[in-house]
Write a protein that binds this ligand. Structure first.
Ligand code: GLU
Length: 471
């Protein structure tokens, strides 16, 4: 069974970039019938933002990409917050130290900076010299006696080619000498990202690591740690970066919002899941408007491309409209209700149903409902002047609508009768009626419009038109 993970750091809101990584993990896992683990990477206290963990849970919930295991769901591979797993990192560090895969490094910040500056001045590539690697036990004891608390460094064997076989980027080779002996546990006892991630991926039995390509350069170090801890390498699949329309790093400025903002602005969550999956992947059918079920059925790592991709807000909007269009009315009306402004909040459900059905094709987001309803409730700005024929239609309407059945069929029949009695059809029939009720020649389907406005309001408008005219 495949096991994937989504490993956000609680440093702020869920954004398009990290939401996309979680969407892909979720789709790939659902496709294969495995389990998605949510792991909170919260060991960097300085960057942690209170409440962002809950915000991430809420955003994932709204997107409908709920994990199978995590801080809320529980599971047998927990705890699911790195801050609660510190003991396991300490145990793994002791194991690496015992087998000389790692060593304590007593260098101070100042000493490291001086070393770095010297290498740079000599035109070299700065990395740690390995100065503390060969310390004797006595030297270590002496440093400890000085009150120095060591970091722990991984002892990298020099001049070895490390290959990461990436499912998207292919074989990526790095010479180990370029890495230098890197820190796995800092002086304050906290694990570094590379170390904690490998300990966790092993303990949580992760089979597929799907994450942003920004981490590909970390992966070679992680491979070394996997080997030293006796772990089995997962499949690595790095996903290209999403750029803004100006080809710069994606941000608010060049078109992206946080997931919470898309929710507040009334986007359909399925449209986000659909759009985010399309950023580096395409369906074998070429179709772009895809339901969650279709995405799960069709997703595969081998159709994920390695090219950087550009975020296209217009396409996301198009997909939101398509997903709204595909909704059942029974789901659509409750979905738009929270977005109604004060003018419409009191509409009863039955009336709102009719109104939403009449205007739904105009909705790109749920929040568009107010603009879409406006033409139904519009009031003429100025009295309408009517021709003789139009006046006749309105007079007959004033009479027949008094007793018409206020239903779809009843109103359709009444309009037909009005036409027959007034000797008008087509535009000659509809235009005066529309003008009287709304002051506009065009607008939403007319019978639903009458149903929504109600008999009293429609008759009030027709009488007002007849009174203001006709002198
Ligand atoms: N916490 C890391 C991040 O947010 C996760 C990296 C990983 O998936 O290994 O970038």
């Amino acid at each position: 069974m495949i096991r994937t993970r989504f490993a956000p750091s609680p440093t702020g809101l869920l954004h398009v970039g990290n939401a996309r990584v979680s969407v892909l993990n979720w789709l790939i896992t659902r496709h294969a019938g495995g389990a998605v683990v949510l792991r909170i990477e919260d060991t960097d206290n300085e960057r942690n933002v209170d409440s962002s963990e809950n915000a991430i849970f809420a955003d994932l919930d709204w997107l409908g990409i709920t994990p199978d295991e995590g801080p809320v769901q529980g599971g047998d591979a927990g705890p699911y917050r790195q801050s609660e797993r510190l003991d396991s990192y300490a145990t793994a560090a002791v194991q690496l130290l015992a087998h000389d895969f790692a060593y304590p490094c007593f260098c101070s910040k100042d000493e490291l900076e001086a070393e770095r500056a010297a290498i740079l001045a000599a035109g070299g590539q700065p990395h740690y010299s390995g100065r503390c690697r060969g310390l004797t036990d006595d030297e270590r004891t002496a440093f400890t006696a000085q009150g120095r608390t060591p970091a722990i460094r991984f002892a990298v064997s020099p001049d070895r080619v490390i290959v990461v076989d990436d499912a998207v980027y292919g074989s990526v080779r790095v010479n180990s000498s370029e890495l230098g002996d890197f820190i796995i546990v800092r002086g304050d006892g906290l694990p570094t990202y590379n170390f904690a991630v490998v300990c966790d991926d092993m303990a949580m039995r992760i089979t597929h690591v799907v994450r942003g390509v920004g981490h590909l350069s970390n992966t070679h170090r992680q491979v070394l740690i996997f080997e030293a801890l006796g772990g089995v390498l997962p499949v690595f699949a790095h996903i290209p970066t999403v750029l803004g329309e100006d080809r710069q790093k994606l941000s608010k400025r060049n078109g992206a919002q946080s997931i919470a903002e898309y929710r507040e602005n009334g986007y359909h969550p399925d449209a986000l899941v659909n759009y985010l999956s399309l950023l580096s992947w395409s369906s074998p059918t070429g179709e772009e408007f895809l339901s969650r079920e279709q995405l799960i059925a069709e997703i595969s790592l081998d159709r994920i491309g390695a090219a950087d991709v550009m975020f296209d807000p217009a396409k996301l909007r198009w997909l939101s409209g398509k997903h709204i269009e595909a909704m059942d009315l029974a789901a659509l009306t409750p979905a738009v209700r929270p977005f109604l402004n004060a003018r419409y909040t009191l509409l009863p459900d039955e009336t709102l149903d009719v109104a939403v059905a009449a205007v739904r094709s105009h909705l790109v987001t749920f929040a568009d409902i107010n603009d879409a309803l406006a033409p139904i409730f519009v009031e003429p700005a100025a009295p309408t002047s009517l021709t003789q024929g139009q006046r006749t239609v309105c007079s007959v309407a004033a009479e027949l609508l008094e007793t018409a059945q206020w239903t779809d069929a009843g109103l359709a029949a009444a309009i037909k009768d009005i036409g027959a009695r007034a000797g008008a059809k087509g535009r000659a029939l509809y235009e005066p009626l529309r003008l009287a009720v709304t002051g506009e020649l065009h607008g939403p389907p007319f019978v639903p419009l009458l149903l929504v406005r109600g008999r009293d309001d429609v008759l009030r408008r027709i009488h007002a038109t007849l009174e203001s005219d006709g002198h």
